[in-house]
Design a protein around this ligand. Structure first.
Ligand code: DP6
Length: 345
């Protein structure tokens, strides 16, 4: 018997949170304790091809850049098994998957958001339950991506993405991200992100372990409440173009994330001396020039430098003259903000 075979390929951007997801609700897989909002990073993406063969599934052959990668397989099998509870298509297919990132491996850049985002797009497309391009289609892809990694569910939209229930954001949900549909003010609609690579090693504590430490965290309730308030504030700044308050809030969110790590029991740190050195340089440069730039951090030592693209020359000089010395092997990677997943085949 010749079993039916289907094939598809997608690229999907990575994303960086402005208000952070850190802590999960009980009672489900990757339900966020608070709402988060992110920008997608169009120039840092994963490309994933998928061949689905009708058979009792889900079974998997996985390669990374065409080479076997056994260490990635358990996470992807767990992901397919989770999805199979919601999708008869996944339950009744086997998968051959190959994925590649356009950014170098081992830069400490979280590749899971782009990777699970691309996988989720492939599955939503092949499943064919909703018309490709419809709001339901993207919600379904985002829902699937969440089951791989929470932050991945925010990677399927080009607009700022909100994940987690919030009164101020229409249709927001803990189950999938939604695009933030309100118009973004011109002063905040054309920014860039340069990721300054401080540490390219394996993280001491994975995001999943870090989230779990919020369960008995002395400050968890206050943090979650503050994040909900910060969503109200940042969505208002994005619309009004209040760059000064936007910057202050984004930086505060990054530091709150890391202070939650430092006050977990057991406590841990992911920032390194060079991370702090870069923050000091950014503050000094902003004081001196008044230019609109901000840092944010993900769960690692690298610094995301966010800035208004019209000051590209000044910021690029600043990076070369002041920040490069703190970057591992002088490495940094820049991306435009925005960008949607693309169907490649
Ligand atoms: C610090 O999405 O990687 O980047 O849901 O357990 O896979 P899991 O965690 P993950 O956590 C990312 C946390 C963060 C903040 C954010 O992206 O909002």
């Amino acid at each position: 018997m010749n079993n039916k075979q289907m094939q598809v390929k997608y690229s999907c951007p990575s994303n960086i949170a402005l208000v952070k997801y850190w802590g999960k609700k009980e009672g489900g897989v990757q339900l966020p304790a608070n709402a988060s909002i992110s920008w997608s990073l169009s120039d840092l993406f994963a490309e994933t091809s998928m061949i689905a063969t009708q058979d009792e599934g889900p079974k998997l052959i996985f390669t990374f850049k065409g080479e076997p990668k056994p260490s990635f397989e358990p996470k992807i099998i767990a992901f397919l098994e989770r999805i199979s509870q919601y999708s008869d298509f996944v339950k009744s297919h086997n998968f051959i998957i190959d994925t590649v990132n356009n950014f170098p491996h081992g830069t400490g850049i979280a590749s899971s958001a782009a990777g699970f985002g691309a996988l989720a797009m492939c599955i939503a497309d092949l499943e064919g339950k909703y018309e490709n391009g419809s709001a339901e289609f993207f919600e379904r892809a985002s829902f699937f991506a969440r089951l791989g990694s929470g932050s991945a569910c925010r990677s399927v939209y080009g607009k700022p993405s909100v994940w987690g229930e919030h009164d101020d954001v229409e249709k927001s949900s803990d189950l999938f991200a939604v695009p933030f549909e309100k118009e973004i003010h011109a002063t905040l609609s054309n920014w860039k992100d340069c990721v300054l690579i401080v540490d390219d090693g394996e993280k001491k504590v994975s995001s999943t372990e870090g989230h779990a430490l919020l369960d008995n965290h002395p400050y968890a309730a206050a943090r979650f409440a503050n994040a909900q308030k910060n969503i109200s504030k940042i969505t208002s700044y994005l619309q009004s173009g209040d760059v000064t308050n936007f910057i202050a809030l984004v930086e505060s969110e990054a530091l709150q994330l890391h202070s939650m790590m430092m006050s977990s029991i057991p406590y841990f740190t992911l920032i390194r001396p060079n991370t702090l050195a870069i923050l000091e340089e950014i503050w000094a440069f902003r004081e001196e020039t008044n230019l609109p730039l901000a840092f944010t951090l993900d769960a690692g030592a690298n610094v995301h430098l966010l800035y208004d693209k019209q000051y590209e020359t000044e910021i690029s000089n600043f990076i070369d003259n002041k920040l490069l010395v703190y970057c591992k092997n002088g490495l940094y990677l820049c991306s435009n903000i925005g960008g949607t997943p693309q169907k490649l085949a």
